[in-house]
Ligand binder design. Structure first.
Ligand code: CO
Length: 208
């Protein structure tokens, strides 16, 4: 791949956008009011807007290795705070994906240096759901299930934040857990029990 190609692609992209809407970039320059915050994996195959059929201005995006929501990660916490408190999004999505390298790495024992503390959070998800996961004999199925449980736990982490609790109370903001199946392109709604989780964790994590 030649890096110059990127700029050529960009020119083609501009022309394409202008063909369908001559004011496209004028409108884009006026500001953003996305309705959805998407937290996904950095994996190159899982392309956020593209897989949802959405475009510029429609989604506020945060991506990191294995779509983690870690309470002391200033990066993800700032994104959540800004999207929920300032942009007033009403939908927050954690989107994991099957065949996630981050989740795979957390299932294996290896010293991966700076990645260790990051992956430890996924190992914690395994520990939390050890009984269920250990009962799955097929390694691929176990791997898929850990991807799903990791999404669910990151949703729980979102619900622990004051911003999400407050926005739920004030305007009924919802948190969703999805998985992208890289083998079929399908987006799967895990249908996490948002209100059930909220009720459960409020006993301990109530902030607002
Ligand atoms: Co991944």
């Amino acid at each position: 791949m030649k890096i110059e190609q990127v700029f050529k692609n960009n020119q083609d992209w501009i022309q394409g956008k202008l063909k369908t809407n001559a004011n496209f970039f004028n409108d884009l320059g006026k500001g953003q009011s996305p309705e959805l915050l998407y937290i996904g994996c950095s994996d190159s195959r899982v392309t956020a807007e593209d897989l949802m059929g959405m475009g510029p201005g429609e989604v506020f995006v945060h991506r990191n290795i294995a779509n983690m929501v870690i309470s002391i990660d200033l990066n993800v916490m700032s994104v959540v705070d800004y999207a929920v408190e300032h942009l007033k999004v009403n939908h927050v999505v954690v989107c994991g994906h099957y065949a996630c390298g981050g989740v795979k790495a957390a299932m294996q024992s290896a010293d991966l240096g700076i990645l260790n503390p990051w992956l430890r959070n996924i190992r914690d998800v395994y520990r939390l759901h050890k009984k269920e996961l250990d009962a799955i004999e097929n390694e691929d199925k176990k791997y898929d299930r850990l991807v799903e449980l990791n999404v669910q736990e990151q949703c729980v982490n979102l619900i622990k934040t004051a911003a999400v609790q407050k926005a739920y109370r004030d305007r009924n903001l919802k948190v969703y857990g999805w998985v992208f199946d890289v083998h079929s392109g399908k987006l799967i709604d895990l249908k996490i029990d948002f209100e059930g989780i909220l009720r459960n964790i409020m006993e301990i994590y109530h902030l607002d």
